[in-house]
Design a protein around this ligand. Structure first.
Ligand code: RIB
Ligand code: CA
Length: 313
């Protein structure tokens, strides 16, 4: 039986690739719904981009919701310098035709987690954790009903990508991340420590294009745009491929390694705001609240990604 997941996301090209990886894996994953959040670009664009991606995959049947328009406390910080003004630059996808669900995404999370059997839904978060945190504040009873939360966010050994110490998703809404880390939900963290080890090199991107279907070509075009900033910044042969690691982990956990440890989020110091303080060596007595992933079989992940993209239109 396919594992039921809800994707919470701020597309973003890498979010789009993650969504397509999930949609290309229908035997193993059932995407119950997708909730947009403000992050890489404002919510007005991320909610459209989610629908664009569903349509390019031929999945206009998937319920798409708009969630939070801004972080819980701080002002929204966006990343057009990476993703372009649309958030999906390079994709050339048309305006979406499928409808946006009328209910607020946070209320949808509360309702579906209360309605579905406890432990039947996995949350896959690819952006700031604002929607999940607000749902937990509104309805604390949903926390034990979540099977697992697999998130792209945070960093420890790698350092930050938007400040010297913080990763973007956590930095945008550190208070939300703090709430989620303290929720008791089983959390798996795909941080920069692992995403910087699965680089979308030219060879890997062109292998996606060579699949030849519209999804493969669209992914190659999107990554060719979005990789520019990081390739220049890091001087590497490719950009880190962040969000697809969340879905790849659900599909093939054996491709990844990590350890259970404590993760505490900095929400006081402006200097280190949003830093994910990972007690990797167990030097504190703080509870081990996350499975922190720091290694991957990169070739295995890209083989999986290409195989699933090939299943799409
Ligand atoms: O730091 C990388 C994360 O921030 C990714 O999820 C990317 O899409 C952006 O949201
Ligand atoms: Ca994202």
């Amino acid at each position: 039986m396919a594992r039921r997941i809800i994707i919470d996301t701020d597309p973003g090209q890498d979010d789009a690739v993650a969504i397509l990886l999930a949609l290309g894996s229908r035997d193993e994953l059932e995407v119950a719904s997708i909730v947009a959040v403000a992050g890489n670009v404002p919510l007005a664009l991320t909610q459209k981009n989610v629908r664009r991606v569903c349509e390019v995959a031929g999945r206009a049947d998937i319920p798409v919701y708009a969630g939070s328009v801004r972080p819980m406390v701080r002002q929204l910080v966006t990343a057009e310098y990476v993703h372009g003004e649309t958030g999906l630059d390079g994709s050339n996808l048309p305006e979406p035709k499928m409808a946006l669900q009328p209910q607020h995404g946070v209320d949808h999370l509360v309702d579906i987690l209360r309605a579905e059997p406890a432990g039947s839904i996995t949350l896959c978060t690819l952006g700031p954790l604002t929607n999940v945190a607000l749902a937990l504040v509104k309805a604390p009873d949903i926390a034990p009903r979540v099977r697992e939360l697999v998130m792209m966010g945070g960093a420890y050994f790698e350092g930050g990508n938007i400040t010297p110490t913080a990763e973007f998703n956590i930095y945008v809404d550190p208070q939300a991340a703090d709430i989620v880390m303290r929720s008791g939900i089983p959390i798996t963290m795909m941080s920069l420590d692992v995403t910087h080890k699965v680089l979308s090199t030219r060879e890997r991107v062109e292998a996606m294009r060579a699949i030849g279907n519209r999804c493969g070509v669209t992914v190659a075009n999107m990554l060719t745009f979005s990789e520019k900033f990081d390739r220049n910044k890091y001087g590497t042969k490719g950009a880190p491929l962040h969000d697809p690691t969340v879905i790849a982990y659900l599909l093939r956990p054996e491709l990844f390694q990590g350890r259970k440890c404590n993760l505490t989020v900095e929400i006081s110091s402006e200097l280190t705001m949003g830093m994910t303080v990972v007690d990797w060596w167990g030097v504190t007595r703080r509870p081990a609240n996350v499975f922190a992933v720091n290694a991957a079989d990169a070739d295995g992940m890209y083989r999986l990604l290409n195989e699933r993209l090939a299943r799409l239109p």
